[in-house]
Ligand binder design. Structure first.
Ligand code: AMP
Length: 557
């Protein structure tokens, strides 16, 4: 059996491997690590996210750099800020035993002088996004003229995002005799051009194109009409109470619509798409990572660099045009040896696409029957039973237990269970309409009829969606935040709608007519010594305050 030791890793890295609990090298690590440790070579590796590629280039780079030399020796370029930070974290963990090692992340949307300061202290390895790196090279804040190793990670994504010119410019600032290691999930012509133009006779390695999409991933599909799509999504979620999923839609509008519907139906969901600012995207991703959000509804572009392990399901609300994109999407689950499920909702007329995917992946996709309400409810009961059985007993209860036992002593076991179930599921619809698969919510989460109709107020088409930096941590729920916004803005009952409260931030909508009122009213608003920040979620329309009118509404809650 191949071990990390047999790949040639030194003691310090082997210690990191042990600490991380990696038992055996993944395929890409098995093929790449010995090659890069023993040879000065360029490399083109076709490998997807989740295959363990960060360690495949990270271990050799860490083993080969000289930690006593403070000059920059290794450069890793990645498409997104999320991925850049993820690589930096992983590399820092792997390199824990190297006491003088300094790895610095540089990326857009953050303070450039802070990043420059960190580089100035001496960074043996820089992990960067292309735009910010180019900017810092121009301003002479980084020097990559003497690097020995250069990684282009997710090269296809970088080129998709239009970074071709930036990458060309960056590479011009690096020495010719460095080792270049390019990692890409696919090999479009543009990646080939980069390989030809900037690399010398690279080794080529392909990782599991045939099986990476089938080995750990169960591919399933449901045939649904366009109208049934949303209910099908709810059914799948209801069948899997512990689901932690990424749901892919084709457009930003669809993404937002699906997320809003799920939220109004009581699910822990949020949308991520290109109309959110970087800060808003970070906040949503943070909530997803911490599992405060169970369903992340995303466009393909926004999902780039999603670095979340443990995703149990990838759901294709609609199929993408390219089969390659399907492979990318499904690669978000079934990572690092875990099992995952990739689900497609498809209309009857589009079924031929299933055959195309099967041919491409060389694997069978299984057709699923839409579950009946009885199956869904049966599943909920099993989940409830498991939850009860795995509850940890509170030791502080001991003193009060006799009182509770005495209070319930006339009830036999069956009656007690019946009562508990009735309490838990009191708001569950046992006779759902055809194709209405019941709600995920139990009685407590579902709320009163009035609350539900409040949450479902029809949004006008001409609405604006706002981000506000207060949330559950400030003791708001959707209703108290709505009440606060209405009274603060002096608006009517239905003028503020789709209030969505997360832990640290929230979203709400108003009619476009109220845009100026909303933005102006929050200008310079300070609550509890914190500046309240309200932004339009549309890209490029961030508000620039015009007046200095200062309000202090500390007591407004
Ligand atoms: P990557 O493809 O680099 O994004 O890695 C995906 C995940 O797999 C990361 O969370 C790694 O920490 C983890 N990982 C990498 N190599 C191994 C391994 N040999 N065994 C188990 N997990 C691994």
């Amino acid at each position: 059996m191949t071990t990390f030791k047999s790949l040639g890793l030194n003691a310090s890295l082997l210690k990191a491997v042990e600490k991380l609990g990696f038992e055996t090298p993944t395929e890409v690590q098995h093929k790449v690590i010995p090659l890069l440790l023993k040879n000065n070579t360029d490399l083109v590796a076709l490998a997807q996210t989740g295959t363990g590629k960060t360690a495949a280039f990270g271990f050799p780079m860490l083993q080969r750099i000289d930690e006593e030399d403070r000059n920059t020796q290794g450069l890793i370029i990645s498409p997104t800020r999320e991925l850049c930070l993820q690589i930096t974290n992983e590399m820092t963990t792997y390199g824990h035993g190297l006491k003088n090692l300094n790895i610095v992340a540089i990326y857009g949307g953050a303070n450039i002088s802070e990043q420059a300061k960190k580089i100035k202290r001496g960074a043996q390895i820089i992990v960067a996004t292309p735009g910010r790196l180019k900017d810092m090279i121009k301003r002479k804040l980084v020097n990559i003229a003497n690097i020995r190793y250069c990684v282009l990670d997710e090269a296809d994504e970088m080129l998709n995002m239009g970074f071709y010119e930036d990458i060309k410019d960056i590479l011009k600032n690096t020495p010719n005799d460095k080792d270049s290691w390019l990692f890409s999930a696919t090999m479009p012509p543009e990646v080939n051009i980069i390989a030809k133009k900037f690399m010398h006779d690279p080794h080529e390695i392909t990782i599991g194109t045939k099986n990476s999409s089938s080995k750990n991933i169960d591919h399933q599909y449901y045939i649904v009409s366009g109208r049934e799509r949303y209910n099908a999504l709810r059914a799948v979620v209801s069948l899997n109470p512990e689901i932690f999923a990424c749901v892919f839609c084709r457009t930003k509008i669809e993404t937002q619509k699906v997320a809003e519907k799920l939220i109004s139906d009581g699910y822990k969901a949020a949308a991520i798409h290109g109309d959110l600012s970087q800060n808003q995207r970070d906040a949503v991703m943070q909530s997803f990572r911490k599992k405060r959000i169970q369903l992340l509804i995303a466009t393909d572009v926004a999902a780039r660099g999603i670095d979340v392990d443990d995703i149990t399901h990838v759901i294709n609300y609609q199929l993408p045009d390219e089969i390659e994109t399907y492979t990318h999407r499904s690669g978000r689950t079934g990572r690092a040896g875990k099992l995952g499920t990739s689900i497609i909702f498809i209309t009857k007329s589009d079924q031929r696409k299933i055959r195309q995917i099967e041919n491409k992946l060389q694997t069978k996709l299984s057709l699923q029957e839409m579950p009946s309400p009885e199956t869904i409810f049966g599943n909920k009961i099993s989940h409830w039973v498991e939850q009860i059985k795995s509850t940890s007993v509170l030791s502080d209860l001991n003193a009060y237990l006799p009182k509770a036992i005495k209070g319930l002593e006339e009830l036999d076991k069956e009656t007690l269970i019946e009562l508990m179930l009735s309490r838990e599921f009191k708001a569950f619809d046992f006779n759902p309409k055809l194709n209405d698969h019941g709600s995920e919510r139990n009685g407590r989460e579902r709320g009163s009829k009035r609350e539900r109709s409040e949450r479902k107020i029809n949004a006008p088409k001409d609405k604006d969606r706002f981000f506000i930096n207060v949330g559950a941590r400030d003791q708001y729920d959707w209703q108290t935040l709505k009440d606060f916004l209405r009274s603060f803005l002096n608006l009517g009952q239905d003028d503020v709608f789709q209030v969505e409260v997360m832990k640290n931030f929230s979203f709400f909508s108003t009619h476009k007519d109220h845009r100026d009122l909303v933005l102006k009213s929050f200008e310079n608003l300070v609550m509890d010594e914190r500046k309240v920040n309200v932004e339009l979620t549309k890209k490029g329309k961030t508000y620039a305050p015009k007046s200095n009118f200062k309000k202090n509404r500390k007591k407004s809650r």
